[in-house]
Design a protein around this ligand. Structure first.
Ligand code: ATP
Ligand code: MG
Length: 249
């Protein structure tokens, strides 16, 4: 990636340094908000305690999320400034593997940032990006926070929301949508209201959901089983236990 700095792969914090640099570059490009820098820092602390790896319960959540995306009537992947800065190409691949739409959806919404993110996703291969029309509303939120595309998130039955704000995650759930959340904090309200909380770094989570989707594609029975066998409460509890008690190598 041209945006990436030279960090030796042998560096013990290789992934975390690369991640920070991508967020920083995202801010410079007008993709990520300055608040996004703080959100990243919060996430990193949890990731450190998880051992910067995908724990088994997160892998099961990623499989269940893949199954939900594949079996949805209309799945939408919501993209904010941090997600776009960290995994633009991976989000496009996930959308292609599952047939989901991509929609830019920002907590701190500005037309410039929406357009910059949509353009960045197109540069990474996206053919269609929603979120620019904003003719739908999520009930129960103030005007700016509530904006979505009526034929995107407004119409979706399944929504993947990485790093979403707690209020908005709650409001989407109240609209009856099945929410798949990526959030490194298992006690974040977003994770708590999710049907499928994925407690993993978005950098590892998105490619792994895509891999599961490729394996589950065309197999309705396996998709049904992946959804039914997943237990959100025990996944959240397992992540919290790992964070509190896990052995750091
Ligand atoms: P709450 O949901 O309890 O209201 P919050 O919304 O105030 O918490 P924010 O800082 O707004 O928290 O949201 C950022 C969330 O995203 C944090 O919970 C953080 O752990 C998580 N996060 C940040 N970076 C990543 C990442 N790279 N991968 C996964 N999760 C991340
Ligand atoms: Mg949150």
């Amino acid at each position: 990636m041209s945006d990436d700095v030279e960090v030796p792969e042998s560096h013990p914090r290789y992934e975390s340094l690369l991640t920070r640099h991508r967020i920083e570059a995202g801010v410079d490009r007008g993709i990520t908000s300055r608040q996004g820098l703080i959100a990243q820092g919060r996430g990193e602390a949890f990731d450190y305690l998880l051992g910067e790896r995908t724990i088994d319960s997160a892998d099961r959540a990623e499989r269940a999320a893949a199954a939900h995306l594949l079996s949805a009537d209309h799945a939408v992947i919501s993209v904010n400034g941090n997600a776009a800065a960290l995994v633009p190409g991976e989000l496009v691949e996930l959308a292609e593997a599952t047939g989901a739409d991509l929609e830019v959806n920002l907590f701190n919404r500005t037309e410039e940032r929406i357009e910059a993110i949509a353009e960045y996703l197109r540069e990474h291969g996206a053919s269609e990006v929603k979120g620019l029309i904003a003719d739908g509303r999520i009930p129960g939120l103030d005007h700016e926070r509530a904006k979505v595309d009526a034929d995107g998130i407004g119409d979706a039955d399944v929504v993947l929301v990485p790093l979403e704000d707690g209020d908005r995650a709650e409001a989407l759930g109240e609209m009856g949508k099945t929410e798949l959340v990526v959030d490194l904090n298992p006690r974040s309200r977003s994770a708590e209201v999710a049907a499928v909380p994925i407690v993993d770094n978005i950098i590892r989570a998105v490619p792994n959901v895509t891999e599961h989707a490729r394996a589950l594609r065309g197999d309705a029975e396996a998709q049904r089983a992946a959804i039914e066998d997943f237990d959100a409460d025990s996944a959240r509890a397992d992540a919290e236990r790992t964070i509190r008690e896990g052995d750091l190598e």
